[in-house]
Design a protein around this ligand. Structure first.
Ligand code: HEC
Length: 165
């Protein structure tokens, strides 16, 4: 470490002032680039946050469907809105190689079957919108529609979410 410092400081003092200004400029550019381009870990975290919100919304709806919480059409609709807003944002957060992140539960199968993964995400959007519409028709309609939604979650997780977490 000391050795490295010595080399760097002798390099620095042997540079012309133009060279110093140039290397400082390069450092600033590199810092700006690393600030503006999110790391892989950031992207993974963001897609997990989206799914976490989906999970919380689904839980609220599940509690209403099972009678644990009183059925409230506005809350049910709000929860479904959270879910149907998610897929379009979610699918943009799967850059190639992001299955290698140590925190992710995303299966490498996603990148082998991207079209199918995208279609399952679209299905989540469609079915959650249907459940929102059903909620406006009353509790019984909501229950029937919601039952279909949990199968959409399971269907994608079985193929594309690893169980390790
Ligand atoms: C199109 C596929 C797909 C659908 C549909 C889907 N999920 Fe996910 N879900 C995933 C993937 C992939 C992950 C893992 C993301 C990661 O770790 O990078 C995940 C992760 C999660 C997590 C863990 C989030 C965290 O804290 O890391 C929860 C909770 C979750 N999903 C709930 C749901 C619920 C509830 C539904 C249905 C209403 C649903 N998901 C529908 C693909 C999907």
């Amino acid at each position: 470490m000391k050795y490295l410092k010595r080399i760097l400081s002798s390099l620095w003092s042997s540079m012309s002032s133009v060279g110093r200004a140039f290397s400082l400029a390069l450092t600033l550019v590199a810092a700006a680039v690393s600030l503006s381009s999110p790391t892989l870990a950031d992207v993974v975290k963001e897609r997990q946050e989206i799914m976490k919100a989906v999970g919380q919304a689904a839980k609220l709806a599940q509690n209403m469907a099972s009678g644990k919480l009183p059925f409230d059409p506005a809350r049910a609709k709000g929860a479904m809105r959270t879910i149907s807003d998610a897929p379009d944002k979610f699918v943009k957060l799967f850059p190639t190689g992001s299955h290698t992140d140590p925190e992710t539960a995303a299966s490498p199968a996603i990148w082998k079957n991207m079209a199918d993964f995208l279609s399952k995400a679209q299905k989540l959007k469609r079915v959650s919108s249907e459940v929102a519409a059903a909620a406006a028709q009353g509790e019984a309609a909501f229950r029937i529609a919601f039952d279909k939604l949990s199968r959409v979650c399971k269907d994608c997780h079985q193929s594309y979410k690893l169980k390790k977490r």
